[in-house]
Design a protein around this ligand. Structure first.
Ligand code: GLN
Length: 194
């Protein structure tokens, strides 16, 4: 059975670990290069993208993970994790970097501070309806032609993708680990098990 890592530098690590365990995945937290070498897929949680990117650099994980992503390690970034996987960040810190594993342009806190958190039902391709929890979520403003959209949302500012996939890299603006539905974790785990 593949071993799914959860990047455990900052953010809602425990919630992802529990969701992955509920769909019967074998799970390990990842804080070191040695742990990163053991896993077959990685989840990058929501949290604070600037904090996670800083810790990726200081831990030495950044370069190793960049190489693994180039080699198509399956990866799923949620919220801040999506920002880290994106190819372009708007409203980021001036020195903010990202892996570019997903050809998407994201805007940090793009759903606006006045609606900083909200929950809406989302229709997800291949899954059906799931609760979408958005917390200071990044908005996907543009996607490359190789990016597949699995769910999108019109939150009063036109329709934007909220769940995307490009080869082995997946990302979503919302927090599937904070809801009662494990359908999205199940979809990811099944995609790496086949
Ligand atoms: N706004 C946060 C950031 O820019 C992401 C929020 C989240 O992950 N819930 O990192």
């Amino acid at each position: 059975m593949p071993l799914v890592g959860v990047l455990a530098l900052q953010g809602d690590v425990r919630e992802h670990v529990r969701a992955l365990q509920r769909v019967d995945a074998q799970v390990a937290t990842v804080r070191t290069v040695e742990q990163l070498d053991e896993i077959d897929a990685l989840v990058i949680p929501g949290g604070e993208s600037t904090a996670i990117s800083h810790l990726l650099t200081t831990s030495g994980l950044r370069d190793v993970l960049a190489r693994k992503l180039d080699e198509h390690l399956p990866v799923f970034g949620t919220c801040a994790g999506l920002i880290l996987l994106s190819s372009h960040i708007a409203d980021g810190r001036s020195d903010q970097w990202s892996f570019g594993a997903l050809d998407v342009s994201v805007r940090r806190n793009g759903y606006g501070r006045q609606v900083a958190s909200f929950e809406v039902p989302l229709a997800v391709d291949g899954v059906g309806e799931v609760p979408g929890v958005f917390i200071r979520a990044p908005r996907i403003d543009a996607i490359g032609e190789d990016v597949e959209v699995l769910a999108s949302l019109d939150h009063g500012d036109g329709e934007h993708p909220v769940f995307v996939r490009q080869g082995s890299a997946w990302g979503c603006s919302f927090h599937p680990e904070l809801t009662s539905s494990d359908a999205i974790h199940d979809l990811f785990v099944r995609s790496i098990s086949t």
